[in-house]
Design a binder for this molecule. Sequence first.
Ligand code: IMP
Ligand code: MG
Length: 192
Amino acid sequence: MNSSSTYEGSGNNTDLIRVHGRLFKPYISKAQIDSRIAELAAQISIDYSGLRPLFVAILNGSFIFAADLFRALSIEAEISFIKLASYKGTSSTGQVVTAIGLEERLNERHVIVLEDIIDTGKTLHAFLPEIRQRNPSSLKIASFLLKPSCLKYDVHADYFGFEVPDQFVLGYGLDYDGLGRNLPELYTLVAE
Ligand code: IMP
Ligand code: MG
């Protein structure tokens, strides 16, 4: 099996990794992520106590965040998944495609949409009307990351993990052309 095209230590700095030929460095540690997820889950558990919220996680990127956040909740809750795509490589392609729809009835449900990162906001701007049409009792957004300097659409996260600068990030569910989602911590692209 040839593993040389995926993650390699680079020279004498073993913290750097190479993915699809690009160099990434550690950015937010697993411990920082874990403690922030615990805070978010505690807050959501207070805000939604007795409401049995329905989480709608957007695949693929949010699956790790969704799994960790969902397990950390101390209240009754449900989760479902939807698959959209609006991103290829390191810059937005601008298309938003619904690949797998949502089967649950949303009326009289308290819905929390889970996203990996809000970059331009285009994905959520395009997708949220679909949710609103189904008349949920309430609708909020929880995003693991925000890139506020890239926001181009009127999309507001009610809960978020971290704000990041306008740099490509990788790991904890986020990919670079399909790779890197399984990295337990967050990495950022190194300019070469
Ligand atoms: P938006 O529609 O521009 O807000 O982009 C949202 C989607 O773009 C996210 O769900 C990610 O899949 C992807 N994305 C945006 N920024 C990054 C990044 O820095 N690394 C990996 N994926 C990203
Ligand atoms: Mg992606």
